[in-house]
Design a protein around this ligand. Structure first.
Ligand code: FES
Ligand code: FES
Length: 169
């Protein structure tokens, strides 16, 4: 593992939502701060900053991760996805986003980006989840507004939509 000088800024290159991205950061900078303040990708939210609330969840190499517990220098060479990369185009929502809108699964929206990223990663490998499975995924996130029930309803509907859209083998 390379030794980085705490006094210097270091170049970190990664893919962000499919685009090559290269930034310079101090070794102590969190990925949340790098995304929001260096890159300008403010869709990733910051709540507790100690791994509890889930608001900062992003996908790193396909797996959900707390960006507030990740140093920016750790993502050198990684594939990062954030909520800005979920929609297939600027005029179309993903199945998950559309189901959230349909079922009022967000109110203030502060928790929403993180929940979407966790559910998106989960549904990509578990296309036929039970309600209990989804409760466990969403259980890693704090939401003050919705009571969670519409989030689970939306996730179940998104899973059904994605199964219909998936090519049959
Ligand atoms: Fe990262 Fe709360 S801000 S878990
Ligand atoms: Fe407000 Fe979840 S919608 S915290």
């Amino acid at each position: 593992m390379p030794q980085l000088s705490a006094k210097n800024r270091h170049r970190v290159s990664f893919t962000l939502n499919g685009k090559h991205t290269s930034i310079q950061v101090e070794p102590r900078m969190l990925l949340t701060d790098a995304l929001r303040h260096v890159v300008g990708a403010t869709g990733t939210h910051v709540g507790c900053e100690h791994g509890v609330c889930g608001a900062c969840t992003v996908a790193i190499d396909g797996l959900p991760a707390r960006a507030c517990l990740t140093l920016a220098v750790q993502v050198e060479g990684c594939d990062i996805r954030t909520v800005e990369g979920l929609a297939p185009s600027s005029d179309r929502l993903s199945a998950l986003q559309a189901a959230f809108r349909q079922h009022h699964a967000l109110q203030c929206g502060f928790c929403t980006a993180g929940i979407l990223m966790s559910l998106d990663a989960y549904l990509s490998t578990s296309p036929n989840p039970s309600e209990q499975d989804l409760k466990e995924v969403v259980g890693g996130h704090l939401c003050r507004c919705t009571g969670y029930a519409p989030i689970i309803t939306a996730a179940l509907e998104a899973a059904a939509t994605l199964r219909q859209e998936a090519p049959h083998v």
